[in-house]
Design a protein around this ligand. Structure first.
Ligand code: BTN
Length: 267
């Protein structure tokens, strides 16, 4: 193999200096899904901070049953196990922690600024460059493990996306006109998640909610949110203390959503 992953996990761990994440990194050329393997590890008592990285995935999973296109030598596909001692209703804040960390990395490597679309898509010029899939695994002690799966389109050229993604997906390479080193992208991501997670465990979410708001252009826009078979339209106002998106509805009441698919209602 002659590409940026040939030096493997050992190089990745060097100078990481993280508190919570990356002491253990599993690096594999091919997997069905890094989230699937991370869930298996989490169930068999793997330590917090374990990271699974794959060069390619054969069944990469996205949110709401979608798949994540994961060919070799192009994208970053990784999953991290976290075991925070939190109440269940606070767990979705960890998704925001991951989203804020990922956008910091994307902005470090991108020549154009990215923005967050709730709950955790990262877009550049309206096209998706990164997606996050956070999954909960109930554990015996009446608490939960979390698996944070992150996919970043790094070195795809436009023709490498399948037809149905060409209009909605982009990559750092398409934006910059030049490739990025995926190991460097992963190192930045792990450092950012480690720092934001540490701040979160200390301050309980104030910092991440504020940073999330600074990296989105949703607030003040009229959006529709699809949750189950219901679609609700309103003005996106803010993220609340539980990480929910708050909409101001036509009847002047506010409603907070903890899940759903958001689309912007631009004329
Ligand atoms: C989405 O935007 O729908 C979420 C995409 C998440 C993709 C990543 S790639 C690494 C990890 N493993 C998976 O199977 N999915 C996530």
């Amino acid at each position: 193999m002659n590409y940026d992953y040939e030096s493997g996990a050992e190089n990745l761990k060097q100078n990481l200096n993280c508190i919570h994440i990356g002491a253990n990194i599993v690096f594999l050329p091919k997997l069905d899904s890094t989230n699937n393997l991370a869930k298996e590890y989490a169930k068999s008592n793997a330590p917090e901070g374990l990271v699974i990285v794959a060069d390619s995935q054969t069944s990469g999973r996205g949110r709401v049953g979608k798949s994540w296109h994961s060919p070799p030598r192009t994208g970053v596909y990784l999953s991290i196990i976290l075991k925070p001692h939190l109440k269940t209703d606070q767990l979705s804040l960890i998704t925001l922690v991951a989203g804020v960390s990922a956008i910091e990395t994307i902005n470090e490597f991108s020549h154009q600024r990215a923005n967050l679309k709730w709950p955790n898509d990262i877009l550049i010029n309206g096209k998706k460059v990164c997606g996050l899939l956070c999954e909960m695994i109930p554990s015996k002690e009446n608490s939960c493990f979390l698996v944070i799966g992150i996919g970043i389109n790094v070195n795809q050229i436009a023709g490498q996306f399948p037809e149905d993604l060409k209009k909605i997906a982009t990559s750092l390479r398409i934006i910059n006109g030049s490739p990025s080193n995926r190991l460097a992208v992963i190192q930045s991501l792990l450092k950012n998640i480690d720092r934001e997670y540490h701040v979160f465990l200390t301050d309980g979410g104030n910092s991440v909610i504020k940073k999330w708001g600074l990296n989105t252009n949703l607030f003040g826009e009229v959006v529709s949110i699809k949750h189950g078979s219901t679609i609700t339209t309103g003005t996106a106002m803010r993220i609340d203390s539980l990480g929910r998106l708050v909409l101001l509805l036509d009847n002047e009441h506010e409603e907070a959503f903890d899940s759903g698919e958001v689309s912007l209602n631009k004329n």
